[in-house]
Structures are given as structure tokens and as C-alpha cells.
Design a protein around this ligand. Structure first.
Ligand SMILES: [Zn+2]
Ligand SMILES: [Zn+2]
Length: 218
């Protein structure tokens, strides 16, 4: 493997989740530093690395961010990852918290769990304060997002756990793009679910009506 490939892999490993614009800058820097003469596009570069990563069952994957729609990139395992092997630097009780949090998220129609509910999960060997610290660590390492009293999954955890999520929960499909949607918006009338960014695209004429049932979208 060439230096530029290693550097890209290391960067993705340490960053967890990187947006497209940022990744383009990182790629430019790598090209300069490693004096890459032939310059494949970012996509070609990604494919070259993925070919090399195949033997270690890893892959660079991309997926639109469920909030903004911006492409996000992460290095993930291609073998089915169960939650117990998410990363090696968590204790079993911390991974149990993550698993229960994912369960709460997947059981909620809009794909978000309340922080209070998570902290009230009674887990062995994990005080409320431990739970809060663990949650913060998952957010810092870009496995979870947190805001306004809610917690939801990042592209990193969705890409890493896609097979597990599909098998365990049968996640919803976005009405518009047909891709899996975890955090999204639900029509209160006909209950279709869409990514926030897909809904924004459909609302460009400022008429906030459901694309399926035509009722006002509240
Ligand atoms: Zn969508
Ligand atoms: Zn509707």
C-alpha cells in the first residue's frame, strides 16, 4: 500500500466521520505531501483504497448525513459488525448502553431517543454519571449526535451497523429516495417517513404539504 493510501486510512480512522468538502481538502493535502503525480479523482482514489482494504474486511463508505444531506465518509468493517465489536476501547457495560440507546432510537418514529430516557436505563456497573460520560464519549467519537435533549445516530454508526439494523429492526425506507431512514420526519396523517433533507427538496415551492396524502405538513 502506498503512503497516500495509508495516510487517508489513518485520517479516516482518527476522525471517525468526515464530510465531503473536508475530505476533498484532506485529499489535496495528502496529494501534495506524498507528491502524487497521477491524480485520480477522490472517487477513484477511494475505489483504489477499497480494493486494498478488501482483504482486511474494511471499506470506506459514504452516505448522506440524515440532517443536512451532505455526503459523509467513514471507514467501516464489511463483515457484519455486532455491537459488541463496535470499537475496542469501550467496556462491555458501555457497549450495552450503546445497544440500548440504539434500541430506543429505532423504536421511536422519528429516530431519536430522549437523553433522559437513556440516562434512566438501569444498567449494571454503570451509574447515571458514568452513563452521561459514556454518552459524551460516543458523541465525541461521532457514533452518536446529541442536541436539545435528544440523541440520534450519526452516519458513522448507521454505515457501520447497517446490516445489524436491517436484520434487527427493519428500518423505514424514505418515501422520496427509497434509502433507509433512521432520523426523519413523519407525516402525522398518512405516517410516511422522509429524510429531513429529502423533505426540504420537496418543499422548495414553499407549500408545506405531504407529498403522499396532500395534507398540510405540520
Ligand atoms: Zn430520503
Ligand atoms: Zn401524508
Amino acid at each position: 500500500m502506498k503512503d497516500e493510501h495509508k495516510l487517508m486510512i489513518q485520517t479516516l480512522m482518527s476522525r471517525g466521520l468526515v464530510g465531503e468538502r473536508e475530505l476533498k481538502d484532506i485529499y489535496k493535502t495528502i496529494q501534495q505531501r506524498c507528491e502524487v503525480r497521477d491524480s485520480p479523482t477522490l472517487n477513484e482514489f477511494k475505489n483504489i483504497i477499497n480494493k486494498k482494504l478488501r482483504e482486511v474486511s474494511m471499506e470506506i463508505r459514504q452516505k448522506p448525513d440524515e440532517d443536512t444531506g451532505e455526503q459523509k465518509y467513514a471507514l467501516v468493517q464489511t463483515m457484519e459488525s455486532d455491537l459488541g465489536k463496535l470499537t475496542t476501547d469501550y467496556l462491555p457495560q458501555q457497549l450495552e448502553l450503546f445497544k440500548k440507546t440504539v434500541g430506543l432510537i429505532m423504536d421511536s418514529p422519528e429516530g431519536m431517543a430522549s437523553s433522559t430516557d437513556i440516562l434512566n436505563l438501569k444498567l449494571e456497573r454503570l451509574t447515571k454519571q458514568d452513563a452521561q460520560e459514556t454518552l459524551n464519549k460516543f458523541v465525541k467519537e461521532q457514533w452518536l449526535n446529541q442536541g436539545e435533549g435528544y440523541v440520534w445516530m450519526t452516519g458513522r454508526s448507521i454505515m457501520e451497523l447497517e446490516m445489524y439494523l436491517r436484520k434487527t429492526y427493519q428500518p423505514d425506507k424514505c418515501w422520496h429516495c427509497k434509502d433507509m431512514v433512521i432520523k426523519g420526519q413523519v407525516c402525522t396523517q398518512c405516517e410516511i417517513k422522509l429524510h429531513g433533507y429529502c423533505l426540504d427538496r420537496l418543499f422548495t415551492d414553499r407549500r408545506r404539504v405531504c407529498p403522499n396524502c396532500g395534507q398540510h405538513w405540520s
